[in-house]
Design a protein around this ligand. Sequence first.
Ligand code: HEC
Length: 127
Amino acid sequence: MRTFRLSGSRPLFFAATLLLTPVATGDSAGAQEFPPDAVKGKAVYERHCLACHGAGGRGDGPDAAALTVPPANFHRFKSFLKSDEELLRTIEHGVVFSPMHEWQEQLTETERQDALAYIRQLVQQGH
Ligand code: HEC
């Protein structure tokens, strides 16, 4: 019969992972050092998002008419009620089978957060 032996370092590694896990997941929303900047977000939005989502975020940009899947209208409750995290995930990874592609390569995390801050501002101001 064989006895099962753990190597010396493994239990320590497990203990360290258990200790670190709550810290690593608990603070994921605060990855950015400063609050998102809607002014910078406006520039990002106008350059990369406006063509589809429209100047006011109503999904009526100049390219929208040519798309089979309409761009999201951020004023609709469907979008408005989603959490920042959820929308940021969409911006990062895109939406499958839709013209909304992923932005994780083209934009930094800060730029994506700024763009969302600008979108929230558009909706708040009722543009
Ligand atoms: C080529 C057109 C196009 C461009 C450019 C584009 N989007 Fe989109 N976007 C879409 C479409 C289409 C959808 C809706 C997909 C669906 O839900 O079916 C969408 C959905 C979204 C959603 C999800 C809304 C929700 O309610 O879940 C967010 C957030 C978003 N876009 C942000 C952005 C941002 C930020 C940019 C610029 C960095 C951008 N989009 C650029 C077409 C575009």
